[in-house]
Design a protein around this ligand. Structure first.
Ligand code: TYD
Length: 232
């Protein structure tokens, strides 16, 4: 029998059942980081081993690549080479952090994963086929069980991010940014529509507590979460 999605969570030769892999995606100001931390706490409350990680980064090698990518040093290489660097960082992250954690039965929550490459590098002009090829090489069989897309209109997200920085959105550069952010938002929503079994779209314009409840509902409904320890 060939290995398929149905036996990915099965016991492997006496080892623990594979953990679950949850990714968070979304644009600027969607509130990913606080929601990620909150979900991790809830899952730990159910006695689960939870690994919180992020992209680009999440392993020592990938954190070095993150530095080059976000610090601007990689920009001169152009969009395709940048996409390759994101994929190289992802391969290391998968091999050294995500896969080992899933194999020991941990639940992994990653702040961004390959959907960010599909959207950001796709928007940067790298062909979809090329991105899917890089993705397949980087992740092999390690694909998210659930992707939580925290969706906010670009203006709301940028406003929130601006408020955090203590400034309003006004200058030309930021206005140009708005169209780009809105395009990326549409691209994330298109991905969600194409894979409704994997994605849950969360309306992140709601209050943080409502967003958190919507996330928890989706995690419980879509992934089997054990009951609280005291109820067992
Ligand atoms: P980061 O500082 O982690 O912030 P946030 O996730 O809150 O936006 O920035 C990561 C940036 O890298 C973000 O602008 C999205 C971008 N990115 C890509 O372009 N491609 C990718 O594959 C990933 C994972 C991130």
């Amino acid at each position: 029998m060939t290995a398929g999605a149905s036996d990915r969570t099965a016991d492997r030769a006496g080892g623990p059942p594979r953990g679950r892999f949850i990714t968070f995606e979304g644009g600027e100001g969607a509130g990913k980081s606080s929601q990620l931390a909150h979900l991790a706490e809830r899952l730990r409350g159910r006695g689960l081993d939870v690994v919180l990680t992020r992209e680009p980064g999440g392993s020592p090698g990938a954190e070095c690549v993150r530095h080059a990518l976000l610090g601007g040093a990689a920009e001169a290489f152009g969009p395709l080479a940048e996409a390759c660097l994101f994929a190289a960082a992802r391969a290391d992250h998968v091999d050294r952090t995500i896969r080992p954690a899933l194999e020991r039965g941990a639940w992994v929550i990653s702040d961004r994963f390959y959907d960010s490459s599909r959207v950001y590098q796709g928007d940067g002009g790298v062909a979809k086929e090329m991105l899917r090829l890089l993705e397949a090489v980087a992740v092999e069989e390690v694909r998210p069980d659930l992707t939580l897309l925290l969706d906010v209109p670009a203006l709301v997200g940028l406003d929130r991010a601006g408020a955090r920085r203590g400034g309003a959105i006004a200058d030309r550069f930021e206005k140009e940014g708005l169209a780009v952010h809105e395009r990326r938002r549409r691209a994330f929503l298109d991905l969600a529509r194409a894979e409704p079994d994997r994605f849950a779209v969360i309306d992140a314009t709601q209050s943080p507590s409502k967003v958190s409840e919507a996330i928890w509902r989706n995690v419980q409904e879509r992934l089997a979460v054990a009951p609280p320890i005291e109820a067992r």
